[in-house]
Design a protein around this ligand. Structure first.
Ligand SMILES: Nc1ncnc2c1ncn2[C@@H]1O[C@H](COP(=O)(O)OP(=O)(O)OP(=O)(O)O)[C@@H](O)[C@H]1O
Length: 218
């Protein structure tokens, strides 16, 4: 379902380019992407999601090479193949929770699938929060909204970048349990970037889990 090879990324302001070990993820598998702060976990997620273009190498997602697709084509395709829960959640502050959740469809010119959205909101405990603005939510609630938005169009793969970074122990455990259950219920593969031992421990029993360790970048 996802494979990458020879990937490298060069940031203009950074002398040394980042290079990534090859990896792959099949349906039914999950991947923990581990490595110290600065080792390139977020950068790799951005490459795999087609949010950044690699300086070298290739990503194949659901049988298609990302480098062969234009940016608009990747943007249109991304939500139905993969969802991203970024480290910074990027909820739109001027929009209500409901409007934020409808964005994945509006962004591709389609009407929101209200039945699917209703089911997701029920599953993620967001029903009573629809009219609130993101600033009126707790961090854990914001994260669940961002998770619902990432899952909106029924992706096969969910990328989570440091999902516990602003959560306490209880909220981290609750999020990991929810994500694990959703993954198994909906047949979604997880790729979780973390340097948090709580996340490693919380996902340890997930069937089909493998680990990729990134080395510290220079
Ligand atoms: N936009 C950017 N411009 C220049 N350098 C960057 C940029 N984004 C990241 N870097 C650098 O690339 C390296 C990898 O960063 P990245 O955020 O991918 O690591 P990470 O493993 O996700 O870190 P963390 O766990 O702290 O989030 C770091 O040295 C970082 O300073």
């Amino acid at each position: 379902m996802l494979r990458w090879s020879g990937l490298a990324l060069r940031y203009p302001q950074r002398a040394e380019g980042l290079q990534f070990a090859d990896g792959e993820l099949h349906a039914g598998e999950h991947l923990l992407l581990r490595g110290p702060s600065g080792s390139g976990k977020s950068s790799l997620i951005a490459l795999l999601a087609g949010l950044r273009r690699a300086s070298a190498g290739e990503v194949w997602l659901a049988g298609r090479s990302l480098s062969a697709l234009s940016n608009p084509a990747i943007d249109a395709w991304r939500g139905e193949v993969l969802g991203v829960l970024p480290q910074r959640l990027h909820l739109i502050e001027g929009l209500s929770v409901r409007e934020n959740l409808e964005l994945p469809w509006l962004a591709v010119g389609r009407p929101p699938e209200t039945a699917r959205l209703g089911h997701l909101c029920e599953r993620l405990g967001l029903e009573g929060l629809q009219k609130r603005l993101p600033s009126q939510l707790s961090v854990g609630q914001m994260q669940r909204v961002a998770l619902a938005r990432a899952l909106a169009r029924g992706p096969r793969l969910l990328l989570l970048d440091e999902p516990s970074s602003s959560l306490d122990d209880a909220a981290t455990a609750a999020l990991l349990q929810l994500v694990s259950e959703l993954a198994q219920e909906q047949g979604v593969s997880l790729l979780v970037a973390t340097h948090d031992a709580r996340v490693v421990q919380g996902l340890a029993t997930l069937p089909g889990l493998k680990t990729l360790q990134l080395e510290p970048a220079c």
